[in-house]
Design a protein around this ligand. Sequence first.
Ligand SMILES: Nc1nc2c(c(=O)[nH]1)N[C@H]1C(S)=C(S)[C@@H](COP(=O)(O)O)O[C@H]1N2
Ligand SMILES: [Mo]
Length: 248
Amino acid sequence: MFRTDRGRRSTAEADVPEVDGTPIGRRTILGLIALAGAGVVGGKAVQDGLAKVLAPIELRDPTGLISLIPLGDSFRFYSVTGAVPTKDSGTYRLAVDGMVTHTASYTLADLQAMPQTGLVRDFQCITGWHVPQVHWSGVRLSTLLDRAAPTGGATAVRFRSFDGTYTENLTLEQARLDDVIVALQMLGGPITHDHGGPVRMYVAPMYGYKSTKWLSGIELTANVESGYWEHRGYPVDGFINPSRGEGA
Ligand SMILES: Nc1nc2c(c(=O)[nH]1)N[C@H]1C(S)=C(S)[C@@H](COP(=O)(O)O)O[C@H]1N2
Ligand SMILES: [Mo]
């Protein structure tokens, strides 16, 4: 019952030496796998709970054994920090700044009032898990960029998160693709806190790490600046299908 056909897998998300917290031993992991194998771990609710517990473990799982636990096609909840503040329609703000002609600070209502683009795509984490045909909707990033009017020297976009730690980037050209959205909805409803709500990025053609959760800022920069995972070994070019990146 273990899945061994998980496709492309990288241990990079598991190899981070400086992630703090309690290290989880190989024996604990083997214990979880044994429980799963014995059918003790089952049902969608249990699997969702397990996915949440296991996500931080996966970050420091040098064995890669976590990937063998049969969670099905479910999301893992990832955060590189501990508690992330909760934002709602009263407190949420999205800044657009840096090398732009018009800086902006959008409320949730501002974003909801703009044209919404829907997408249905597979979500793919570079460590191997994926979720088929996830429904998303939100505002095209290109719409916000057009309003901001980047200045001549701007060639890249840097994303900030109100978790205070995570950063990501795209080239300006990538940021203008039709399937790159500032997402307000996911899985048929508002984005939950665990999934990075109320607003997160969804960069459909790229691996999950490009889709910054708890989005707080979009900054136009002169050069691509490596993000959190890229400092720890992930490729700056996150295209799942490398041909998307050629000459486009
Ligand atoms: N702020 C923030 N955004 C993040 C991450 C994170 O740890 N913090 N993890 C990334 C990775 S590696 C993946 S695969 C997806 C996971 O999204 P999910 O937690 O909704 O499953 O979020 C991405 N965005
Ligand atoms: Mo990921």
